[in-house]
Ligand binder design. Structure first.
Ligand code: FNR
Length: 334
C-alpha cells in the first residue's frame, strides 16, 4: 500500500507521463509516478491485454487499436493512474477495471483546459464540491487501492481549506495541491504559503506541487519541501525538462537522459509521435542546434535513435520484436 510520506513524485503530465518517462523517473529516484491524465470514456472503450513480448499490460482502444495505457510489473507498486472524469459511475467502472494493475487512483480536479472544464471535469470540480465528494467517496468504497485527488488552490485560503476538508472527508488517502488558481498560469508565483496552511489544517498528507520554476537542482527540492511544509513533493516541468532532477547525486547531462529515455522507448515499443514529443520537450531551445533540427525531421524511432548513436540498438530490437509477432502500431510519426 502506498504511503504518502517523504516522497518525491513525478506529476501527471498529458503525453509526457507515458511508460518510458515513468520508468526513467523511478531509475533516477522518484518514489511515486503518475501517468498522464486519461479520460474515463477512453478506458471504457478499451480492452486489457497482456503483452507477452514486451512484458506489459496494455489497455488497447477497441476502436483504433492504439495503446491507451501501458504498464509493467516494475512500476506496479508505484504508478498512480490519473483519471479525468465528471461521473462517479464511470470513474468506479474504470477504477475497478484498473485496480489490479496500479498502486493508486487519482482524480484530476485541476485541469483548466476548455476541453476538461466544458466537460465538467478537471478544474470544473473545484466549484462543485458535492460532485467531487460523490466521485471520490464512490471510488473509496469501490476499490482496494488508495484514492487521491489533485487540485488547484481557490482564490482565498479559507475557501481552499474548506474545499480540502470536504474532499478529505470522502476517505481519500492524500491530496496533491498545485499552488495556483485555475485562472493563473505557470508564470504566476506558486502560493507555497497556501499549500502550507492547507497541510496544517488537514489530517491526510498533502503533496505539494507547482514549484518547478524554482527547482533547478536536487537541493531545491528540499527548499520547496521546507517552503510548503509538506513531506511529499510533486514535480512536473522540472522532470519534463530533465528527469534526472530526482537524482540525489545531481542532474545528469541531457544527452545521457535522452539516451536512457530512448532505450525505454525502444524496449517498450513507445509510439514514435509520443517519443518525439517528449524529447522535443527535453531539447527545448536545443531544437535550434544542427542535431536538434535533424531531430525535428526524424519520423521513425530508428531515425531518432541514430542521432544518439543508438540506431543499431533500435534496429535489432525492432527486428527481434517483429519476429516475435509484435505489431501494435504504425512505425512512423503520423
Ligand atoms: C501538466 N499538468 C497536469 N496536471 C494534471 O493533473 N494532469 C495532467 O495530465 C497534466 N498534464 C500536464 C502536462 C504538461 C506538459 C504540464 C507542463 C503540466 C500540471 C502539472 O501536473 C503541475 O500541476 C503543474 O505543471 C505545476 O507543477 P510544476 O510544473 O511547477 O512542477
Amino acid at each position: 500500500m502506498l504511503i504518502y510520506e517523504g516522497k518525491n513524485v513525478l506529476a501527471p503530465m498529458v503525453r509526457i507521463g507515458t511508460l518510458p518517462m515513468r520508468l526513467l523517473a523511478l531509475d533516477y529516484g522518484a518514489d511515486i509516478v503518475y501517468c498522464e491524465e486519461l479520460i474515463d470514456w477512453k478506458l471504457l472503450r478499451s480492452v486489457r491485454k497482456e503483452n507477452v513480448v514486451l512484458g506489459t499490460i496494455d489497455y488497447i482502444d477497441k476502436t483504433d487499436g492504439t495503446v491507451v495505457f501501458r504498464t509493467t510489473s516494475r512500476e506496479k507498486d508505484k504508478v498512480v493512474f490519473q483519471l479525468g472524469t465528471c461521473s462517479a459511475e464511470r470513474a468506479v467502472k474504470v477504477a475497478q477495471m484498473l485496480e489490479k494493475d496500479v498502486a493508486a487512483i487519482d482524480v484530476n480536479m485541476g485541469c483548466p483546459k476548455k476541453f476538461s472544464v466544458d466537460g465538467g471535469m478537471g478544474a470544473a470540480l473545484l466549484s462543485k464540491p458535492e460532485k467531487a465528494f460523490e466521485i471520490l467517496s464512490s471510488l473509496v468504497k469501490a476499490v482496494n487501492v488508495p484514492v487521491t485527488c489533485k487540485i488547484r488552490v481557490l482564490p482565498s485560503l479559507d475557501e481552499t481549506v474548506e474545499l480540502c476538508k470536504i474532499l478529505e472527508s470522502s476517505g481519500i488517502m492524500a491530496i496533491a495541491v498545485h499552488g495556483r488558481t485555475k485562472e493563473e498560469r505557470q508564470q504566476h508565483a506558486n502560493r507555497n504559503d497556501v499549500i502550507q496552511a492547507v497541510a496544517k489544517n488537514l489530517k491526510i498528507p498533502v503533496i505539494a506541487n507547482g514549484g518547478s520554476k524554482e527547482i533547478e537542482s536536487y537541493e531545491d527540492i528540499a527548499k520547496f519541501r521546507e517552503n510548503t511544509g509538506c513531506s511529499c513533493i510533486m514535480l512536473a516541468r522540472a522532470a519534463e525538462w530533465n528527469c534526472s532532477i530526482f537524482r540525489a547525486e545531481g542532474k545528469l547531462p541531457l544527452d545521457e537522459v535522452i539516451k536512457s529515455y530512448l532505450k525505454y522507448a525502444v524496449d517498450f515499443d513507445n509510439a514514435p509521435a509520443n517519443t518525439k514529443y517528449c524529447i522535443q520537450n527535453m531539447l527545448r531551445e536545443l531544437q535550434e542546434t544542427p542535431r536538434g533540427k535533424k531531430f525535428l525531421e526524424a519520423q521513425t524511432l530508428e531515425q531518432m535513435c541514430s542521432l544518439w548513436d543508438m540506431g543499431e540498438y533500435c534496429r535489432q530490437k525492432q527486428q527481434e520484436y517483429r519476429k516475435l509477432g509484435l505489431l501494435t502500431r504504425r512505425d512512423v510519426v503520423p
